[in-house]
Write a protein of this length. Structure first.
Ligand SMILES: O=C(O)CCC(=O)C(=O)O
Ligand SMILES: [Fe+2]
Length: 635
């Protein structure tokens, strides 16, 4: 290395190296050079070195969405302990990148003092050592890094804070790393109880105390940035680092006192609350490791108030067309539209999130829904077979509800069955189109299972809102298979599925896992892409839910855009209306503050009105859709 090497250059070398062992080795060497003064310059003022949007990473580690991670188990079996160890190894590999990233990304941009660099160099050094120790242990036990799936949630949140150092410190170090401290004692006892004393010791004596110092670095530099803001832009007089595990809390207090922050402590804590609420979705999960957190320099007043999230129902909801502002807007701007994930296996814990999802977003993803993944992929294959039938055969798919059968539009074709909860209707559809017995079987099993899922979901929603006796059992449903005929000639970005809200209470969508294209309008009015997640269903709330809830539930607007030159097939099951087709707002949602918005009406009347405007341009379509619904208002 040349004498003029900067810490930024060393950090970038680590970030641009894919192999984590090599990352750790390079990081260790760079840290030594910095600490011994061989690298003396953090960066050059005129450097214009690109910081990778994503550090180089091994491609051999299979990534899955966080919500789809297989359960790690409780350490009772070797397999479970290996999965736990693997997850720790993966976290440490990201921790190396995150430490060098904070140095590279923010050090110069935020004109941070030398101690900031030194602190995070030490953190990076620790993380590299932790990775090597843990990966070695994993190998001793006969496994390897990459043997289990992993998720990149840590990097996702790093990405969301890539423009804001305070947010990065708060979320990565004071939320995620602090959460690591909360759960580590349980993890240690799981290894110990499973007979793996070596791993337990390693975690207890090396990793745990050092992780406390990393959390402390987050608290310390978050505090520093607040103080700097309070004092104008002059540098805060923060004492030199060294956050040893034993005295982190005292040092932190000393830091606060020396900077006159004691009186302003609430300002710092309030800023912390604001930042976490803005950049971290959902409440923090208790129980907290109060002792370790205290050693890291932050007491319960920092995190306890973030442990619950107010439920916005029913008083605070302001209506669909409300202005989005503050926290909500910031979350949406930084996260894009990540629809909330509802785990049906843990429904009791998910209620609050579900209510927020249906009221605020009108869209959520369901996992552990009980429909076998094989049936989902078979259904998609069967839908593809049906679209391959001769055109005249498909034309036999007429239907009693408007637009319920075979429809053809530019780039789009649809086939449908109403009522999909009726075995006779499925049978009639299959007979008319001469569907093979294999596809027939799949269609009827799928329709019946997903219909049951929708009934269950709708009942759960009602139950969350205290409507216990309402039965969705007899509601009709409509199964629609969608085919978007995207080819090489289709212009990428062209809209195939016009902007619309669904004519349903809930729609359960089986996505095309190889071709994305669905876009949902977020509360700021922008369309954001929804990436398909295999094995899950996307649930969208439709107009009928909005009416039934007297305007409380959000009927989400969405459209389909060509993203790839490949045909796209999706299957939607819409829960439409009760058997008698009468829809009206439920009494539960009507009170003095919320007068009845809609008169009782017939579902078919609504559908005629809604679908009579399909040929309009996109902008008009939105307005007329809304107008059509408004026309049903009581006056
Ligand atoms: O195909 C999709 O992704 C969306 C389909 C849809 O919005 C619908 O069928 O109503
Ligand atoms: Fe739709």
């Amino acid at each position: 290395m040349s004498d003029t090497e900067t810490l930024l250059e060393a950090a970038l070398e680590v970030l641009n190296t894919a192999d984590p062992i090599q990352k750790a080795r390079l990081g260790e060497a760079a840290a030594k050079r910095w600490l011994q003064g061989e690298i003396s310059v953090p960066f050059r003022q005129d450097d214009d070195l690109p910081i990778p949007n994503r550090p180089a990473r091994l491609s051999s580690v299979k990534l899955v969405a966080p919500s789809l991670m297989p359960k790690l188990g409780k350490g009772g079996s070797l397999q479970s302990r290996l999965a736990m160890l693997h997850s720790l190894v993966h976290t440490e590999s990201w921790a190396i990148d995150l430490s060098w990233d904070i140095i590279a990304r923010f050090g110069r941009k935020e004109s941070m003092p030398r101690d900031f660099f030194t602190d995070f160099v030490k953190v990076a050094q620790d993380e590299g050592r932790h990775f090597v120790l843990l990966v070695r242990r994993l190998e001793e036990l006969g496994s390897y890094y990459g043997a289990f799936p992993a998720h990149d949630g840590l990097w996702d949140s790093a990405n969301q804070t890539s423009n804001d150092l305070s947010a990065r410190l708060a979320v990565e170090h004071c939320v995620h790393e602090a959460r690591g401290l909360d759960v580590l004692p349980t993890t240690i006892s799981r290894f110990r109880n499973g007979g793996d004393e070596d791993t337990a010791n390693l975690l207890e004596t090396v990793i745990y105390p050092e992780e406390i110092t990393h959390c402390a670095a987050g608290v310390k530099w978050f505090t520093y940035l607040c103080q700097r803001k309070i004092n104008g832009h002059q540098d805060a007089n923060i004492s030199s680092v060294c956050l040893s595990p034993e005295n982190g809390a005292q040092k932190q207090q000393a830091v606060n006192r020396s900077d006159g922050l004691v009186g302003k402590k609430n300002v710092v804590i309030e800023a912390f609350h604001d930042t976490v609420r803005r950049y971290f979705r959902g409440p923090l999960k208790p129980p907290f490791n109060v002792e370790a957190r205290k050693a890291a320099g932050f007491g319960p007043d920092w995190y306890e108030p973030l442990a619950s999230r107010e439920v916005k129902f029913p008083g605070q909801y302001k209506g669909n067309n409300r202005e989005v502002e503050g926290e909500e807007l910031a979350i949406m701007a930084t996260e894009g539209f990540l629809v909330p994930v509802i785990d049906l296996d843990k429904f009791e814990e998910e209620k609050e999130k579900l209510i927020e999802a249906i009221i605020t977003y009108g869209s959520f993803r369901v996992i552990n829904h009980g429909v076998p993944q094989k049936l989902m992929s078979d259904m998609k294959a069967s839908a593809e077979h049906l679209f391959e039938l001769p055109f005249e055969v498909k034309q036999c798919n007429t239907n009693v509800i408007i637009n319920g059968g075979h429809v053809v539009a530019s780039l789009y074709e649809g086939l449908g069955i109403y009522d999909a909860s009726s075995p006779t209707e499925i049978h009639n559809f299959c007979s008319l189109l001469d569907v093979s017995s294999h596809d027939r079987e799949i269609l009827s099993t799928y329709a019946s299972k997903v219909h049951d899922l929708i009934v269950d979901l709708a009942s759960k929603i009602a139950e969350c809102l205290g409507i216990m006796s309402y039965s969705f059992q007899e509601w009709h449903s409509h199964l629609r298979m969608n085919r978007y005929n995207f080819t090489k000639e289709t212009i990428i970005g062209s809209i195939s599925g016009v902007v619309h809200t669904d004519n349903s209470f809930i729609t359960i969508l089986l996505e095309d896992e190889s071709v994305d294209g669905l876009e949902i309008m977020d509360l700021t009015g922008n369309f954001v892409s929804i990436d398909p997640v295999p094995g899950t269903f996307l649930a969208n709330m439709g107009d009928i839910a909005k009416i039934w809830s007297n305007g409380r539930f959000h009927n989400v607007r969405h459209r389909v855009v060509c993203k790839k030159a490949m045909p796209r097939t999706t299957v939607a099951l819409f829960m439409l209306a009760p058997k008698d087709n009468k829809i009206e707002p439920q009494a539960k949602f009507i009170d003095f503050e919320h007068p009845k918005l809609y008169r009782s009406f017939d579902y078919n009347e609504y559908r005629m009105l809604k679908l009579s405007n399909l040929s309009l341009t996109e902008k008009e379509h939105i307005d007329v859709n809304e107008a059509a619904i408004m026309a049903l208002f009581t006056t």
